[in-house]
Design a protein around this ligand. Structure first.
Ligand SMILES: [Zn+2]
Length: 273
């Protein structure tokens, strides 16, 4: 086995009972990248690291500043600030606005936040990140959001963060071994208040399937489910548009990546608790 992805959280907006909001841990050759850290993701991350102070994280990538994708970054800040003050800062890639939000939660102490996190704006080109390459693309959302693509010799993983439909989704997930696409599907909850803009800036499961097909992705993982949604219904809707394997993100789901023969694709297993 080469790398693996562990799902830290699968809900959009706010977490359902027993679940968490958006978050993933990607491990490749001992290198660990955290992708988003929404509500409730930090305890599972610390459990996986086996460290109460968050030791063992090599980089963090945050797609946008909405709290369901970054609020537990503040918990991680506290773990480092109180538990490992003076330790080397953790590289943090995000669009602008994330660090400022963290500083607001620390009574404006931006210097403390900068001591814990070495912030860099998400790159428009391809950069090296440990054994991986990182590329990001701007995608349409209510605030600046980037799609993230992480690749190495053995696999390519892509993740949308939150997005409206956009042709860039095909480039982001091009030939990816695993394409993680948000499938908020607000249409499953017709009685909830509408989005603050008339323009749809979140995807349905059907649109997620369409994006994976346009990209030529091998496997699709649906995530960012609106609380209360029927996830099997989402899978069925995506399957109408995408013919490959469709995974449903779930807290603790472990997905092996790379080096397996295509004819015998790896089956995801749940992280033992
Ligand atoms: Zn979100």
């Amino acid at each position: 086995m080469s790398g693996r992805l562990v799902v830290l959280g699968s809900c959009g907006a706010w977490p359902e009972p027993g679940r968490a909001c958006s978050g993933f841990l990607l491990e490749e050759k001992g290198f660990r990248v955290v992708l988003d850290l929404g509500y409730g993701t930090l305890p599972r991350l610390l459990e996986l690291l086996g460290s109460v102070v968050g030791d063992g994280i090599d980089a963090v990538v945050i797609t946008h500043r909405h709290p369901d994708h970054m609020i537990d970054l503040h918990g991680l800040f506290r773990a480092r600030w109180f538990g490992r003050r003076g330790a080397p800062s953790i590289p943090l890639y995000s669009p602008p606005g994330v660090l400022e939000r963290l500083a607001t939660l620390e009574e404006g102490d931006a210097e403390a936040v900068r001591q814990v996190f070495d912030w860099r704006e998400t790159p428009s080109g391809r950069i090296a990140l440990g054994p991986l390459h990182l590329e990001t693309w701007a995608l349409p959302h209510f605030v600046p959001n980037v799609g993230v693509r992480l690749s190495c010799a053995d696999f390519t993983l892509a993740y949308t963060g939150d997005t409206g439909l956009d042709p860039t989704l095909a480039d982001l997930g091009r030939d990816a071994d695993l394409y993680i696409v948000e499938a908020t599907s607000r249409d499953q909850q017709p009685d909830t208040p509408p989005s603050p803009t008339a323009k749809p800036l979140l995807l349905s499961a059907r649109e997620a399937g369409r994006a994976a097909t346009a990209a030529g992705a091998h496997r699709l993982m649906l995530t960012h489910f609106w609380p209360g949604n029927d996830r099997e219904q989402s899978r069925a809707e995506a399957a109408a548009e995408f013919g490959g394997e469709i995974l449903l993100a779930a807290e603790g789901l472990v997905v092996p990546l790379g080096t397996q023969p295509r004819a015998d694709p790896p089956r995801p297993a749940h992280f033992p608790r």
